[in-house]
Design a protein around this ligand. Sequence first.
Ligand code: SF4
Length: 366
Amino acid sequence: MPIVETVGPKTARSPLPLPEIAGDNALRRFGALPTPSLQWNAEVERETAPLYARVKNVVPPNEWPFFAPYVKAINALKRERNAVILAHNYQTPEIYNCVADFTGDSLQLAREATRVDADVIVQCGVHFMAETAKILNPDKTVLIPDRKAGCSLASSITGDDVRLLRQRFPGVPVVTYVNTSADVKAESDICCTSSNALQVVESLGAERVIFLPDEYLAKYVASQSKVKIIAWKGHCEVHERFTGDELRQVRESDPSIQIIAHPECPPDVLAEADFTGSTAHMIDFVRQRRPKRVVMVTECSMADNVQAELPDVEFVRPCNLCPHMKRITLPKILDSLLHMKEEVVVDPAIAAKARRAVERMIDLKR
Ligand code: SF4
């Protein structure tokens, strides 16, 4: 079923204002901790050796002396703060493999966020993910190591836009991708991720659905469903840069190569793929099928993280970097735990409405 209509702003929006944070409230509640030693020495090398073993295929030995002191200090500080680190699949290998307590895609992290028994959650991902963690854990302190870690999809739409859409399409349910602000989630009937978008759309039993804000994910869902989709013109700046031409060239150079793509890619890219799925599904594909050579058409760090686990698989470029995900670094995570910043806050009334939309999605999986 084709998309019924694509709506959205006619001109590019200026970036949304920086997200709300809570000043130094968390620092006042928890207090600062002294900066630990960041010296590279034999003791640090010995203590971090098991962690280096996890990333030795993707982190060169001459880089480990820089990372290791931070890894050791962050893991000690997590215990001291009773904190956990949630890391998205697009985080760099030293974060994903060496300091994270939970890793995964947006849905996996959202679900883990509801189960954690900790006072503090450090979200190594982008701001909407930290907001989602806060929405689901209103009593916990949620930190993001860099408040400027945004997302082109999340900044493509506002709560006001959703209210206008509801006026224009009265009675049509609104499904919102988790890559949105709390304000947008609060105006939605239910959230979805790229793992469950089709299941969520079909669960509503509606003839038409407003699907926000990723136009390409909306098109992918529309190609699999009889439900008529009204889409928004939001795009992921990382996935929209791939082209069908570059993948055809890769295929011509090696017809046996496996090409697996994320559904935020444009349709001509997905047409070249052997498999389309969320980051979690892409990882499962490589784990289970063990292709000899594979292109993961998504953010570059994900191939590095799977490569760390599966050294026998050859990961072929192209891939693109997400500048927002790459704002999160070990020094910023350390600073976040030492000085309790940046604390993510969500207006309680908005959080309550947004929670309903996120929990409705999570309940579908149960
Ligand atoms: S990869 Fe795309 S969707 Fe994900 S955070 Fe970056 S800009 Fe947003």
